[in-house]
Design a protein around this ligand. Structure first.
Ligand code: DC
Length: 232
């Protein structure tokens, strides 16, 4: 494994569990790099649409993955990074609800995951990395210093997603968001390769009913404890 002296913290879990915000806070507090791995699958789905590559064609999508140039650009560390694909700003398209669904579909292809594995591992740079995803602790960074699995009730996750969309001026129906979330959870957990699940050595935090600050305090405790006791 490359560069395994660079510390990594993995935060996995379903959408709406609070991973994005917590990872951003953690990376800011530690002064570490941040990898939002879901964005890689999302960008690839967008690129397949743009190049009119069939989203059912695993080989063709994997080939695209070999040639994409993805950059994250953040002017202010507290804000979500903007995403560039081959020098075009694709942030809004990438973060759209429909893109999440397509990303989930292509993420079930082993060929695609294989190409993205190395790309993700290249984000492991000094002084450290906070990695957000579904399989960060189980597959991509198995030797991470601390692994957290964030979850929350489906109702809570749907409400959070609705609030995020409203902030972007999108008024999505609760019922359709609920159906989408259930379908995505099932697809991500039931796929044969790298299914979404906690690593054996991950600590699960249920964020239902907790404020962001409370979740961050809990995750921070876990990280400090794990980092202090590494190798015990
Ligand atoms: O976290 P997100 O909503 O941006 O992820 C979009 C989809 O990408 C998700 O439904 C499944 C896939 N994904 C994955 O398979 N593995 C990851 N590490 C991250 C995301």
């Amino acid at each position: 494994m490359k560069q395994n002296n660079v510390p990594v913290i993995t935060i996995d879990g379903p959408s709406g569990a609070g991973k994005g915000t917590i990872c951003q806070m953690l990376a800011n507090r530690l002064g570490w790099h941040l990898l939002d791995s879901g964005v890689l699958y999302r960008v690839l789905a967008c690129e397949a649409l743009r190049q009119q590559v069939s989203l059912q064609d695993a080989q063709a999508v994997a080939k695209l993955a070999q040639n994409v140039n993805i950059r994250f650009v953040s002017k202010d560390a507290r804000e979500l990074a903007r995403v560039y694909l081959n020098n075009a700003d694709v942030t809004d398209e990438v973060r759209a609800e429909a893109t999440g669904k397509l990303a989930s579909k292509i993420s079930a292809f082993p060929e695609v995951r294989k190409v993205l594995l190395e790309l993700q591992q290249n984000f492991r740079q000094m002084p450290g990395l906070v990695a957000d995803g579904r399989d960060m602790g189980t597959v991509v960074f198995v030797d991470a210093a601390a692994k957290v699995y964030l979850t929350a009730s489906p109702e809570t996750r749907v409400k959070r997603r609705r609030t995020q969309l409203l902030a972007q001026g999108i008024d999505a129906k609760l019922s359709s968001l609920t159906d989408e979330l259930a379908a995505r959870d099932a697809r991500d957990s039931d796929r044969a390769i790298s299914p979404m699940k906690p690593a054996d050595d991950a600590i699960t935090v249920d964020t239902t009913g907790l404020s962001i600050e409370a979740v961050f305090d809990r995750v921070w405790q876990i990280v400090q404890h794990r980092v202090d006791h590494q190798g015990d």
